[in-house]
Design a protein around this ligand. Structure first.
Ligand code: SF4
Length: 64
């Protein structure tokens, strides 16, 4: 799995970092980014919750 954030779409709501803090954080501008080394989702089931929680559908998962 690869976690992808569309930062053009992200509006900094922060739901991803609140929902799955082991994978997502927010940069100085409040936009979401994946923590270093966690782009594989780190086996965290909360990643899928974060995808659902994002109000602008900015997070996608590449399951390949
Ligand atoms: S929940 Fe969505 S809009 Fe909010 S910070 Fe995360 S990716 Fe951005």
């Amino acid at each position: 799995m690869r976690v992808h954030i569309d930062r053009d779409r992200c509006m900094g709501a922060g739901m991803c970092a609140l929902t799955a803090p082991g994978v997502f954080t927010q940069d100085d501008d409040g936009l979401s980014e994946v923590l270093p080394g966690r782009a594989d989702g780190n086996g965290d089931p909360l990643v899928r919750e974060a995808v659902r929680a994002c109000p602008v559908q900015a997070i996608s998962l590449d399951e390949a």
